[in-house]
Every structure is written in structure tokens, then in C-alpha cells.
Design a protein around this ligand. Sequence first.
Ligand code: BDR
Ligand code: CA
Length: 314
Amino acid sequence: MSSHKIILDCDPGHDDAMAILLALGNPSVELLAVTTVVGNQTLEKVTHNARALLEFAGARHIPIAAGCPRPLVRDIQNAAEVHGISGLDGTHLPEPTLPLDKRHAVDLIIDTLKAHPAKTVTLVPIGGLTNIALAVRKAPEIVELVKEIVLMGGGYHTGNRSAVAEFNIAIDPEAAHIVFNEKWPLTMVGLDLTHQAKPTDAIMAKIAALNTPISRFVVESLNYYTAGYRQRNGYSDHAPVHDPCAVAYVIDSSMIETCKAPVDIELQGTLTLGMTVTDFRAQAPADCHTQVATKLNNQRLWEMFIDALKRLDK
Ligand code: BDR
Ligand code: CA
């Protein structure tokens, strides 16, 4: 089976937690490093959560480093209304003892890319893009080293932080502007795609039936997350689980359809700040380095996720 070397840059967060478990449990993924960034909660809280998750899933060998405690230019905004005060409200993970890597996340990202042959490592950011923007400013040569950036963020038809801006882009639009404008291959797994990633009652029952410590954590986490969506957005479905979609695309790109299109980040708009402006007017130019995810095979996503949970069985 081919192996997918990835660095996961995250802000756990309920759906980040699902992305981490998918990456840890899928046999084709080699998770080289986990880095954290301010986002769903403070840097301190999301780093604590990431350490707790890795330890809980038996992955003490993976280096984990804390990154930026605030966006490049703007004030901190978090998503406590979605993920709670701790960032993982509703769950009960043991206190972690796993030590942090001494390096800043930006340095762990750069060092890890340099330690592997060029174009073999995929960067998977599933939070704000602050660390990735700083990494490419500090070491511009990583543009040539990265295989691909596959990020959860943005959307071409919708937003969630505003009518047109998605949370991960809206919290640090300047960082997103840097990342989308570097010439590395970039796949935007945005809200148009991730809103298709909802578990059904039957899928939730299958996860619950595994009845392992990890599956019980997943049920607690997704139940809390869905209850919030139902309360805030008048949902009757289960909430869309955004972040694992980016990991799933790296594992098996055939389950997600994409379309090449130029994407840029709005930095000036009074109503549209942080919009991922996607140009579908004509066929994308030959040198277009960005593509957007459009259609998900949701059944396969959840089969892949449940398979990963079974492999992480404790
Ligand atoms: C994104 O925002 C965060 O709250 C989630 O973790 C996800 O990365 C969805 O807009
Ligand atoms: Ca996230």
C-alpha cells in the first residue's frame, strides 16, 4: 500500500480530533508531525488537546510542537460556541504527559520537510494558516519541497464565519493570502465539500457499537458538536465534520471530486474580508496551482473513518 507522509497543522477542536484519529488509524498514512495553532481555542488549550489525543490513541512517538499564539495581524477570535471553553467540551480525555517538541511549530514543519526527499510530504492545515504562512516566509525554499498543500478552509459558494468567509480563513486572512499565493499545488477542501460530510444515525450507531475507549470518545465529541449545530443553526441532521475530509483526500483522492480554479483571498472588503474568491469563469490557465473540492462520497468517508477507529482499537 502506498504511504502518504503528512504533517497535520491543527487546532483541536472536535472535527480536528476526528482528522487526527483518521490520520493515526489509516494504514497508508505516515503522520510525521503534529503542529498546533491558535484557532478554535487558545494555543495553550488546543496544544493540550492535541497532546491528550495523541497519547490517548497510543501515538507517543509522533513529534508535536506548538506554533503561533495569535494571527499575523488581527486580534484572536476563537470558536468557543462550536467547540466549548476547553476546545473539546463534552469529552473526557485523560490529562496528557506527552512532552512537546522543543521547537516552534514553524521550525518543526521546516525541519521535517527538509529531512525528507522533495515532494514526498503533504502539508495538511486544518486550522488558521498562521504557522504555514510564517514557515514559508522563514524558509521560502519549502515551496519546492512540499508535495502538496491540502487544507480545510474557505468555500466558493458559502461561508460560516460570515456570509462568504469560512472560519479558518477569516481568523487570519493575511496568512491565508500568503499561503494561497505561493506556487505550490494547493487543494482547498472548503465548506462546499465539507457540508456533505455528515454522519447519519446509522453511522453514529456503528461507531457506538465499536464500544472502545476511542469510539466512546468519538461519540461524546460528535454528540456535543452536533447538539451545538442543532441549537445554533436549526439543524435536524448531524453536524458536518469538516477537518477529516482533508485527510481523506490525501488518503484516497478518488472519493472527492475537484475542479481546477484560481483562488485568492479578499483582504479589503468590508463585507467580504476572508472570502476565498474562486474564479470559475473560464477554463483554469495551464499554470493554475489551485483546485477546489466539489463532491464527496460521504459513504466512503465514514467507512474509511470507522476502519481507522477499528485499527486504533484499545
Ligand atoms: C473549521 O473551523 C473550525 O471550527 C473547524 O475545526 C474547522 O477546521 C470549519 O469552518
Ligand atoms: Ca480545525
